[in-house]
Design a protein around this ligand. Structure first.
Ligand code: CA
Length: 325
């Protein structure tokens, strides 16, 4: 093994090994301070440090953070998510979980097709829940990614709190490169705050239990202000002058009536008194303009990108057509 390694070093073949550095995170002052805070909340300080000593720094996580898909234009982003195969997968998931999805809509006021679109975009209905250890991903970003260190160190702390609250082992949880876990890709703080035990078995399991995951996605949107009395987005005309930057939600906060009086066409009549924003996109057939409601904003609480929110919106519409909802 030693010889092979030496040859590999000489040939520069150790990329994979080098990118997974044993980082001694337990020695870092930020981690000791975190362990103190967790100890004050009832966790065992030595256990926390022991788990942190197993955390690895992953360069692949940092590289992934530096090239998010949301930097794309809409015409290139849309085809990633709006595929017939994803709508077919939505149908299969619906057929298995119809009762739960309908109960979530009835109890939490979020349409079945929107819940389905989120889970479809996030993980292809549980197929791609992520293969990074959440511990490694969050430690890497919280301790070796200065741009977002504060946020991700907070998520790392939440991961330990989640372990205590839901009796999960932080070192065993898998997720995305940003530490998002389960069918709906909840980061630890969202898991703690918004997950619900939707099958009432005494546990909130978003990783292996699709029933809890469905209820929790709906609850997340409901808690952020979803309003079932109106839709999400409508295509409008003559709105270019309102949009300074494409691929960006412009907060005009004007009512539908005010937009119409400025000459914007196509604003739905029943949105006359709703505060709306405007979104400009580089579409496959040219520039597109959309009036968007607060529900669009609520989807961006899940992921800040307006392209993400529009992909969820349009996928939900295709799913609703497919399922005749
Ligand atoms: Ca449960």
């Amino acid at each position: 093994m030693r010889i092979i390694q030496t040859i590999a070093v000489a040939l520069g073949l150790l990329g994979a090994t080098v990118s997974t550095v044993q980082a001694n995170y337990a020695e870092r002052a930020e981690v000791k301070a975190m362990a103190d805070r967790l100890a004050a909340k009832g966790l065992d300080r030595d256990d926390v440090l022991s788990v942190m000593s197993q955390a690895k720094r992953l360069d692949s996580v940092i590289n992934a953070m530096n090239r998010p898909a949301e930097k794309k234009e809409w015409k290139d982003y849309r085809p990633i998510f709006l595929k017939p195969a994803r709508v077919t997968a939505a149908r299969r998931f619906y057929e298995t979980h119809q009762e739960t999805l309908i109960r979530a809509e009835q109890e939490l006021g979020v349409p079945v097709e929107v819940i389905l679109a989120i889970i479809g975009v996030e993980t292809y209905y549980g197929k791609n829940k992520g293969s990074f250890r959440a511990l490694d991903a969050l430690a890497t970003l919280g301790l070796d990614y200065p741009k977002r260190a504060k946020f991700f160190l907070g998520e790392l702390e939440s991961l330990f709190l989640l372990g205590k609250e839901e009796n999960l082992k932080p070192a065993e949880l898998k997720g995305s490169y940003a530490g998002a876990m389960g069918f709906g890709q909840f980061i630890p703080s969202s898991y703690l705050a918004y997950a619900v035990d939707f099958d009432h078995d005494g546990r909130r399991d978003l990783i292996d239990n699709p029933i809890d995951a469905i209820g929790s996605v709906a609850n997340y949107l409901a808690e952020h202000g979803w309003d079932k009395t109106y839709g999400i987005a409508a295509p409008v005309g003559n709105a270019a002058s309102l949009v300074e930057r494409m691929e960006s939600r412009i907060e005009v906060k004007e009512t539908g009536q005010e937009l119409s009086s400025k000459g914007v066409s196509g604003v739905p009549a029943d949105w006359a008194s709703l505060p709306l924003d405007v979104l400009g996109l580089h579409g496959a057939s040219g520039d597109e303009y959309w009036a968007v409601t607060k529900n669009f904003y609520v989807i961006t609480r899940y992921n800040r990108s307006p392209l993400y929110a529009m992909a969820v919106t349009q996928l939900s519409e295709e799913i609703a057509r497919e399922l005749s909802l």
